[in-house]
Design a protein around this ligand. Structure first.
Ligand code: GLA
Length: 373
């Protein structure tokens, strides 16, 4: 493949979530950041009614008929692209025949939102080859729909929003109820973020994710019989304390996570703005514990990885990031001790689990970028 034969280079980012986990679909605030790990699409119109897909990492090519996009749900490769094109088309946008060559540097199944990066960049590429202006928030919403309807994950908006609207050097404080987003400069002083993959193969993640989401909805429904709230994130800790007795044990635990995590996000914003990195680290540790004990989405490997990190003297905090059940942790580590930290964590983690952790070097980056080649 020769890049010069294409007309546009379109990218959308993977993301890491700093804090605010499993609260986006409960109307909460989240604090993700877009990464320089991303999906890039080289695109050109081809004058047909077909979308031809190729990949840098795969020998296969896939052709999608624009008139039959709904029939590609079960494709091994190309289903995210088909779903994204379908949702964009259904929303009344022009989808024209084109060649799309994909180059994804977000590791698959890592919890760093490779799927959101693929969906968002595909829609952006389609809009670009068709000569359409696009609103990144609208792209994110259609990408989320593709994830729900094509990948079967009843996800919130965090990943696709971060992938589309991220800003270099900034964390995003996204209110998932209103879709308002404040950008907070990331200045960690003598610290850096370290992202580590536990490398445990994922399985049944979609169904476990959907089950957790359904439990939060059930908890909300029960609480709404006594309280005038539209989402779990609206409850104060005091209100929850008073009314949580009415919830069955498991639902109470799920809601406890959501409401306490929303509070941690509020404090984390203050810590981040004031440069109180050690305080931010403590909140990350508390978030992990809550995801382990109350939301139960961590598992043995993510726990081993986060606790190994938390035990290292140069680390002020570590937690799982993303949906859970595998994937990555985010840790805040003194920059000058990062190499030593990685060796310690890799070693401890391997001894406990038999898996070889992987560390990523990545920056906080922009969401969507479009270049004419
Ligand atoms: C996945 C989903 C997001 C969010 C996170 C958990 O990444 O796609 O919408 O719910 O899990 O915070």
């Amino acid at each position: 493949m020769n890049i010069k034969d294409y007309e546009y280079k379109v990218s959308a980012a993977g993301r890491v979530n700093i804090i605010g986990e499993h609260v986006d679909y409960c109307g909460g605030k989240v604090m993700p950041a877009a990464l320089s790990l991303k999906n890039t699409v080289y695109a050109r119109p081809n004058g047909t009614d077909k979308i031809n897909l190729t990949w840098t990492t795969l020998p296969d090519s896939v052709t999608l008929d624009i008139g039959k996009l709904e029939s590609y749900k079960d494709l091994k490769y190309g289903n995210y692209q088909a779903g994204s094109a379908l949702m964009w088309k259904r929303a009344g946008h022009k989808v024209i025949g084109c060649d799309l060559h994909m180059d994804c540097t977000v590791p698959f199944g890592s919890g760093l939102s490779s799927s959101a990066a693929i969906e968002v960049s595909t829609i952006t590429a389609l809009a670009t080859v068709a000569g359409e202006e696009f609103d990144p928030v609208d792209v994110a919403l259609k990408a989320q729909q593709a994830e729900r309807e094509f990948a079967g994950v009843n996800c919130g908006i965090m990943d696709q929003y971060a992938s589309a609207c991220g800003k270099k050097g900034h964390a995003m404080l996204l209110d998932c109820k209103t879709l308002e987003c404040d950008y907070i400069p990331i200045s960690l002083g003598e610290y850096s973020f370290v992202i580590t993959n536990c490398k445990k193969p994922h399985n049944l993640v979609e169904s476990k994710y959907n089950e957790r989401r359904a439990q939060t909805e059930e908890a909300l429904k029960a609480l709404q019989s006594r309280l005038d709230v539209k989402c779990l994130a609206e409850l104060t800790l005091a209100q929850f304390k008073k009314y949580s007795v009415m919830l069955p044990h498991v639902l109470k635990k799920r809601a406890t996570h959501v409401i306490s995590e929303c509070e941690r996000v509020r404090v984390a914003v203050q810590a981040m703005k004031a440069g109180k990195i050690e305080m931010l680290g403590k909140l990350l540790n508390a978030s992990h514990l809550s995801l382990k004990e109350d939301f139960e989405v961590t598992g043995k490997e993510l726990d081993a990885l986060a606790f190994a990190a938390q035990n290292h003297y140069a680390c002020v905090g570590s937690r799982m990031t993303g949906g859970g059940f595998g994937g990555c942790t985010i840790s805040i580590v003194k920059t000058k001790h990062v190499e030593e930290f990685k060796n310690y964590v890799a070693d401890t983690y391997y001894k406990q689990t038999g898996y070889t952790a992987e560390f990523y070097t990545t920056d906080i980056s922009d969401g969507i970028t479009v270049e004419k080649i």
